[in-house]
Design a protein. Structure first.
Length: 72
């Protein structure tokens, strides 16, 4: 093969690779419809970070254990 043919083939394959990478990045960003932009995100303070989140007697936790038949 001539050098010109090899260079054209490399250029085509390179463009194909960049196109696939760009398409993959676009779909990855579109998958998170519930994401919040950083400028609008609520900032968590020290008290919020240390607050207990798991509530064993909450209705949703009780329903989870009841539905899945886990002993508590």
């Amino acid at each position: 093969m001539s050098d010109k043919t090899l260079a054209e083939r490399r250029g085509f394959l390179r463009a194909l690779g960049f196109g696939a990478a760009a398409a993959g990045a676009g779909t990855a960003a579109a998958q998170r419809a519930d994401s919040v932009p950083p400028a609008q995100a609520k900032k968590e303070n020290e008290a919020g970070r240390l607050a207990p989140r798991y509530q064993a007697n909450a209705q949703d936790v009780q329903a989870f254990y009841r539905t899945n038949r886990y002993e508590q």
